[in-house]
Design a protein around this ligand. Structure first.
Ligand SMILES: [Zn+2]
Length: 486
């Protein structure tokens, strides 16, 4: 007899949702899903459970309820898949583990999921919600729970949409520890201080206008100093080492292949005499990306919380992106132009540098100067160098063979000072400038765009995800040096 079908009364059936997606092995989301099944949800779920089990929509969940999945998927944004499984004929009526989605449901940013287990509270990620300024400010200022009651936090990776509200959590009284891989703790420390600095700058900018209009001044969500205060709470745990963040929960971090130090979180939960394995994917990297190892795929999971930003689209082979980049560089050099690339400072910048190094080293692309013009990217690259344990075999072999770090080579210059950044405008020969921010809504890349966008010899290369409200530089944007741009 086939296993019973999942029944979800108040939302689209998981099967319907997932069939519309590209669960075909070309995306890591597909691989992740297939690794615990054959593609359809029932096939995903049932092999994970030796006994016959089925979904139960009475699972305790908070925001991001089942109803939202279809809608969210069609918006090509993140959605959370939860497989909550009970033993056949043994549905627990009493309340047991509860999962509340307090972010990254119906939207991409602000990942924050609260688990209540055995009377303890464990927070998975504490991201900053990013969006329209007023909404963002209000939403990030208020936690839907009392931060003082959180017993522990596990951070999947350092990106701000997963880590960016930690300073605020600490400020409001967090007492528990924050567990993450050592590389993530180093990167997050850097990024949170940077985020505080940006928020101070933003508040200053907004308050200037508010002062003119006689309006009440705002305070930054947190400052650079607040960002620095998170560091003592971090506990670095290497990949595949078990630890106990709260009583009755054994946790393990495994490679997610997304950015340096990124991890999926595997929780083996013992509660009221039963064992549950919960797998939280964090952000999932694609297989065969440069620098990092491929994501580890789950073999068993009772509950899967999965990031699905690109879950409904095919992702081309990274080799295709490499070739596109190479061709763009060649064409631009042929017409004596500059290549300007807005890129996220952590992750994408280092990937780009590595690919450019590879193509120049092999003679596929002409050797022209590359400038990484982002103080955060410069510091992040230092942290990349500190953590070779996160690199894939190919990168490690390359580093051994050529006796220099893959992120550091002759054509590459890291720009620190503002004056050096401005001086790039005076150089007229072909070059590549990589600068933050990736969505070109702020940062030094804006002044490079302003100075180069009108010259048809140049190429502006968009290689990063663009949030719909941004989709490139904003009208009336503010430059990295405080000037009005447009
Ligand atoms: Zn991420």
């Amino acid at each position: 007899m086939p296993p019973p079908r999942p029944v979800i009364k108040d939302g689209p059936c998981f099967n319907q949702v997932l069939r519309r997606s590209s669960w075909d092995g070309n995306s890591s989301h597909g691989l992740l899903a297939q690794s615990i099944g054959g593609g359809a949800v029932s096939a995903i779920v049932f092999p994970a459970c030796p006994e016959r089990r089925y979904f139960d929509s009475r699972t305790e969940i908070g925001m991001g309820s089942l109803q939202s999945y279809g809608q969210v998927l069609s918006m090509k944004k993140i959605f959370i898949v939860i497989f909550k499984i009970y033993k056949d004929n043994d549905i627990r009526k009493e309340t047991c583990m509860r999962i509340h989605f307090h972010g990254a449901a119906r939207t991409v940013t602000g990942s924050m999921h609260l688990l209540e287990v055995n009377g303890s509270k464990l927070l998975l990620d504490c991201g900053l919600f990013q969006g329209p300024r007023q909404e963002t400010y209000e939403r990030n200022r208020r936690f839907p729970f009392d931060p003082r009651t959180i017993d522990a936090v596990i951070l999947s990776h350092a990106h701000i949409d997963h880590s960016g509200n930690l300073p605020h959590l600490v400020k409001l009284g967090l007492e528990g520890l924050i567990y993450a891989t050592p590389a993530t703790t180093h990167l997050a420390d850097l990024m949170l201080r940077d985020a505080g600095h940006i928020q101070e700058g933003d508040a200053l900018f907004i308050n200037k206008k508010r002062l003119e209009r006689g309006e009440e001044l705002i305070k930054p969500l947190y400052t650079e100093e607040d960002g620095a205060r998170v560091k003592p709470y971090f506990r670095g745990v290497p990949y595949d080492v078990s630890f106990e963040p709260i009583p009755g929960v054994s946790a393990r971090l495994v490679d997610a292949g997304h950015i340096l130090g990124s991890a999926a979180v595997v929780l083996d939960i013992r509660e009221r005499g039963r064992n549950i394995r919960l797998w939280y994917s964090g952000d999932i990297g694609r297989p065969h990306l440069p620098l990092l190892r491929d994501p580890v795929l789950p073999d068993t999971a009772d509950v899967l919380i999965m990031e699905c930003t690109y879950g409904d689209r095919l992702q081309p082979d990274p080799q295709w992106a490499y070739q596109q980049l190479r061709d763009m560089v060649k064409v631009t050099v042929q017409r004596s132009g500059k290549v300007i690339i807005p890129a996220f400072a952590v992750g994408r910048t280092q990937e780009l540098v590595y690919c450019l190094q590879q193509m120049m080293h092999s003679g596929e692309a002409p050797r022209i100067p590359i400038y990484v013009d982002s103080p955060l990217a410069v510091n992040a690259s230092e942290i990349f160098r500190m953590h070779p344990e996160c690199f894939d075999a190919e990168t490690l072999a390359f580093m051994r063979q050529y006796k220099h770090p893959a992120l550091d080579f002759e054509q590459l210059t890291y720009i620190h000072a503002v004056e050096e950044s401005k001086a790039l405008n005076d150089k007229k020969t072909p070059m590549i400038i990589i600068a933050a921010s990736g969505m070109a809504e702020t940062g030094r890349v804006l002044h490079h765009l302003r100075n180069n966008i009108e010259n048809p010899r140049n190429t502006i290369l968009i290689v990063s995800w663009q949030a719909p409200p941004y989709a490139g530089p904003p009208p009336g944007g503010r430059g990295a040096f405080g000037e009005d741009l447009w």
